[in-house]
Ligand binder design. Structure first.
Ligand code: MN
Length: 410
């Protein structure tokens, strides 16, 4: 139990959690750990000798150096912070370093960004909607975690407005495309994994090395323009329909806080190749929620994903591609078997054919300008209770045109 007011275990941000992020102190970004609705300035704490992380925090403006420091430093820091935040004797020295959370700040430099497609239910739903009458799963799907490289430079922190993208789409029934604002703007509720420790070029990272490289978890909204995507994606996969923005939560939940959230998964059939075979085939039991303008429209279960984060890591390095500190890879849309468990509006409205009604009585198929979406999640905490993962939210701004092409016809 922490001495920090409001940091009870029931808050979801008690000492069993301790997610890392960045807080502004006097306008300057500082690496921080969250406790309740406060953030402890770790740059100040290390400078004062309260925390020793090999200089990972001292003078720092992000989590980059801490991410690179590796599991021994991560664990020692977590133990020390737990001590400081539970021992009432430490309060006089620590209390002055606690600050309000303030506006979200992107807590690390995103290196490369990869997005997977690891929910079988989502892949089947999208297959049926995009390729009706054909087998929903393509032949490779159960042999490898399908993925693509996204655009790291447009990963933004929760709260950042998302401008409706313009692009090429082919209106229904038309042979020729038009260029203009997307009319089928969607979300994808996902779970992202943040890489801390790099790997050597040419050396795959095995399924058993996951915890040596991956630091923690953030919620992800992989905003998707379905009309742009449907026209552009064959044969090379997603491109401009997704690269305009990807939102992440502001606080990274360390894997250590999720030690009690792993659940065994059913054996994969057909059996996977050796490099994807795990000592323990297990997934994280995160319970997601999706709110659309404040109305909860879905509750996707992460526990049922077909491919695990360890398998995704082994696959994305299976060709020897090196990891860098700050690499982010996301699970793919999290969808369960029920309509109320899907992680995209494409599925929720079945391609736009079945609108959903929000609490204010209005109906939606895809996102309108001004709409807000918030993805949240909880997970079992070590020793009982639940953690609350930092939410990821965003509001849609109207498309902005250029001098040559005004917004109305951009
Ligand atoms: Mn995605």
């Amino acid at each position: 139990m922490s001495w920090v007011p409001g940091a009870e275990d029931e808050s979801g941000f008690g000492v069993a959690h301790l997610p890392y992020g960045v807080v502004r102190v006097g306008g300057q970004p500082r690496p921080a750990v969250r406790i309740g609705d406060r953030a402890l300035d770790l740059a100040a704490a290390e400078s004062a000798g309260l925390v020793e992380a090999g200089g990972a925090f001292r003078g720092g403006t992000s989590l980059d150096r801490f991410l690179a420091a590796g599991p021994a430093v991560w664990q020692a820091t977590r133990e020390r912070l737990t001590e400081l935040l539970t021992d009432p004797g430490a309060e006089p020295r620590v209390q002055p370093m606690l600050h309000p959370l303030g506006d979200p700040v992107l807590p690390f430099t995103v290196a490369d960004y990869v997005d997977f497609y690891s929910s079988e239910q989502h892949a089947r739903n999208v297959g049926q909607i995009f390729r009706p009458g054909r087998p929903p799963l393509l032949p490779n799907w159960k042999h490898l975690p399908v993925g693509y490289h996204g655009r790291a430079g447009t990963v933004v922190v929760s709260g950042t407005p998302v401008v409706r993208p313009c692009g090429q789409r082919r209106p229904g029934g038309s042979e020729t495309p038009v260029y203009g604002p997307s009319t089928r703007l969607d979300i994808e509720a996902e779970v992202g994994f943040v890489v801390g420790v790099p790997s050597r070029p040419g050396t795959p990272v095995g399924v058993d090395r996951f915890a040596e490289h991956v630091f923690g978890v953030v919620l992800v909204n992989d905003w998707s323009a379905r009309d742009l995507q449907a026209w552009e994606y064959q044969p090379l996969g997603p491109f401009l329909g997704k690269s305009f923005a990807t939102s992440v939560g502001a606080w990274i939940t360390p894997l250590a806080a999720l030690a009690g959230a792993w659940r065994p998964l059913p054996a994969q059939d057909p059996p996977v190749l050796e490099y994807l075979r795990e000592p323990e085939h297990r997934g994280l039991d995160l319970a997601l929620t999706v709110h659309w303008n404040g109305t909860q429209v879905s509750a996707p279960p992460f526990a049922g994903m077909y491919w695990t984060p360890a398998q995704q890591l082994a696959h994305l390095t299976g060709n020897g591609a090196a990891l860098r500190t700050g690499d982010l890879y996301a699970s793919g849309t999290v969808s369960g078997a029920q309509r109320g468990q899907v992680g995209s509006f494409l599925e929720l409205t079945w391609g736009g054919a079945e609108p959903v009604r929000l609490a204010d009585g209005t109906e939606r198929t895809f996102l309108l300008d001004g709409d807000s979406v918030t993805i949240g999640a909880t997970a079992p905490a070590v020793g009982g209770g639940r953690l609350t993962l930092a939410e990821v939210s965003g509001t849609i701004r109207p498309a902005s045109g250029t001098a040559a092409v005004p917004a109305s016809g951009c």
